[in-house]
Write a protein that binds this ligand. Structure first.
Ligand code: ASP
Length: 455
């Protein structure tokens, strides 16, 4: 369908100034027909996201308490009400009914446990969408609010981490009828169960709402508006003038993201990938920039698109004589990790050795017993652990046809006297992992960037 689905994240709708920018963006392209909004994000006055305040209310202050943030539930109620009052005032809308309903919801006492949590969590998106719709109507936009409970955004009964039910796609197709200049506004993140109870998806779930709408409506594009110019070649906090990647494939983004790039909710991509709907990451504060386009397929103009770095990794090296002749050793080894509920990342192997990379954090309080179990059950000769590793990952579909780029990478490390602890090529040949000691990881990253990406 010849439309764009646009999702605006918490930072894009955190206050009246941002919401006015959103209006301008919508007005500047008549294909922007479906707008999904998050709850107001962190702002200068209220510090925490509105969704977190709502969770704090539902949990009687526990949510912040656990993080050693000393804001009690009463204070969070005040903050949420004040936020919406300020929005109504600054956007010059008559918010009397909205605020009355909000107060009533925040005093809800009959829902319990996870149903209560889900209901409270959903209120940020719910009321923000109401306020923004009203404001946009007053500004002359033909915009209609469609709530998930009205059009049937049906979720399962996993109330605080719910998944979409397939009937939703039919419901969307039936309810979103596009007439001339009409635009639809949808609050993200939440839906209803078959029994009409509110459920929310996982945190950051407005991305999912947008992705599912784009998929069901077979949109031309799914625009994800946020507060960065797109996906950077390297972490801009480490390399200030790094460039935004103009186009990359879902696979490349996945490889970059899983290694420390955090752009948006991955599950939101799945159906877009399936429906071959491109996702465009755009900056609400800088709409002139083209952002990053994520596609199923692209022409590989360059070997490498980005370099990611993941810190705080540990490598567990295991040696056993004649390991290479055993069948089932690796399966049993990984089973032990599974029993300890530890995610494993890479497995460089040799004939009689294997290393398993994990997040260091996951080993806390477990490493001693884990080591003992491996020794006993697998009768190993030697186990040693290297801590404080960083894994630097070079990503690009072009690497498949020019693996020599990796020669330049390793030469650059050699010239700068940077030794590495691990080297691994992915089966798809579109990424390479280099493990270095964390204290030289930033220097290694800068060196690789200079040689491989800097124009
Ligand atoms: N407001 C929700 C959250 O903070 C959902 C979202 O913003 O996408 O997780």
């Amino acid at each position: 369908m010849n439309i764009k689905v646009c999702k605006f994240g918490g930072s894009s709708v955190k206050d009246s100034t941002q919401i006015k920018k959103v209006l301008k963006i919508i007005k500047s392209d008549e294909k922007r027909k479906v707008i999904v909004v998050s709850a107001p994000g962190r702002d200068e006055t209220f510090n925490e996201k509105i969704t977190d305040h709502l969770l704090n209310i539902a949990s009687n202050g526990n949510h912040f308490n656990e993080q050693k943030i000393y804001i009690n539930a009463e204070k969070s109620i005040e903050v949420v009400i004040k936020k919406f009052e300020t929005l109504c005032k600054e956007l010059k809308i008559d918010g009397k009914l909205i605020i009355e309903n909000l107060i009533e919801d925040l005093n809800n006492n009959y829902l319990k446990n996870e149903k209560r949590q889900a209901f409270f969590l959903s209120r940020g998106e719910h009321y923000n969408a109401k306020v923004i719709t009203q404001f946009m109507k007053n500004s002359g936009l033909n915009i209609k609010l469609l709530l998930p409970e009205e059009f049937g955004f049906i979720l399962d009964e996993n109330f605080c981490d719910a998944k979409i039910k397939t009937i939703t796609y039919e419901n969307i197709k039936n309810k979103f009828i596009f007439e001339k200049d009409e635009i639809f506004m949808v609050p993200g993140f939440y839906g209803i169960t078959d029994k009409d109870e509110i459920a929310v998806m996982s945190r950051g779930g407005s991305d999912l709402t947008g992705g599912e709408l784009a998929y069901a409506l077979d949109a031309d594009i799914y625009e994800n508006w946020t507060d960065t110019d797109g996906v950077y070649e390297v972490d801009p906090r480490i390399i200030k003038n790094s460039n935004v990647i103009p186009r990359l494939t879902f696979k490349e983004l996945r490889l970059l993201s899983s290694k420390g790039f955090n752009v948006f909710h991955f599950n939101a991509m799945l159906n877009c990938k399936k429906g071959k709907i491109p996702i465009s990451i755009r900056n609400t504060n800088n709409p002139e920039r083209e952002g990053t386009l994520i596609l199923n397929e692209r022409v590989p103009m360059e070997d490498l698109v980005g370099i990611a770095k993941l810190d705080n990794m540990a490598a567990i090296h295991i040696q056993k004589d004649m390991l290479g002749d055993e069948i089932g050793f690796t399966a049993e080894l990984l089973k032990i990790f599974e029993e300890y509920n530890i995610h494993t990342h890479h497995y460089p192997t040799d004939k009689d050795d294997i290393s398993v990379l994990t997040d260091q954090e996951d080993l806390k309080g477990k490493i001693n017993n884990l080591r003992r179990d491996i020794e006993r059950r697998l009768d190993t000769n030697n186990i040693y652990v290297t801590y404080n590793l960083s894994v630097i990952t070079l990503v690009g579909i072009g690497l498949k046809h020019n693996t020599f780029a990796i020669v330049d990478a390793l030469s650059a490390l050699k010239e700068n006297n940077i030794s590495f602890e691990m080297f691994d090529m992915s089966p798809s040949k579109i990424s390479f992992h280099i493990g270095v000691s964390q204290n030289i990881a930033d220097i290694a990253l800068k060196t690789l960037y200079q040689v491989l990406l800097k124009d």
